[in-house]
Design a protein around this ligand. Structure first.
Ligand SMILES: [Ca+2]
Ligand SMILES: [Ca+2]
Length: 119
């Protein structure tokens, strides 16, 4: 779960560098980073998506094949057909979604996460 430690370090550094966050600080820096620019995306959402890919990647090849991606969709609560979305997001057409492909597919131009792109 090194991805999550990275998120924590980044968020605490944004909040003043102490290794503690009040609830208020956490909400503020999380909101800034989830909805903010690309820096926040790379520090917060990319490791988050990468960690979720690692969790769902049963065969450990670093990519989500259809059954694994179907689990990922359940985790994020998207009720869409895995095969259809996988075809669309699998830009190198190797039958698996890398964290990078997933990030690029879900990231909007302004650096926000767009789960509606799953639909
Ligand atoms: Ca896999
Ligand atoms: Ca691929």
């Amino acid at each position: 779960m090194s991805g999550y430690e990275g998120i924590w370090d980044y968020l605490t550094s944004q909040a003043g560098g102490k290794n503690a966050l009040s609830r208020e600080q956490f909400e503020k820096v999380s909101e800034n980073n989830m909805n903010g620019g690309s820096d926040g995306w790379d520090a917060v959402m990319r490791p988050h998506i990468t960690a979720m890919v690692q969790l769902c990647d049963r065969d450990g090849d670093g990519k989500l094949q259809r059954a694994e991606f179907s689990n990922w969709l359940k985790v994020v609560g998207a009720g869409v057909d895995a095969a259809t979305v996988l075809d669309r997001f699998d830009t190198d057409h190797d039958g698996g979604l890398s964290a990078e492909e997933l990030c690029e597919a879900l990231k909007t131009g302004d650096g926000t996460l767009e789960f509606s792109r799953l639909g």
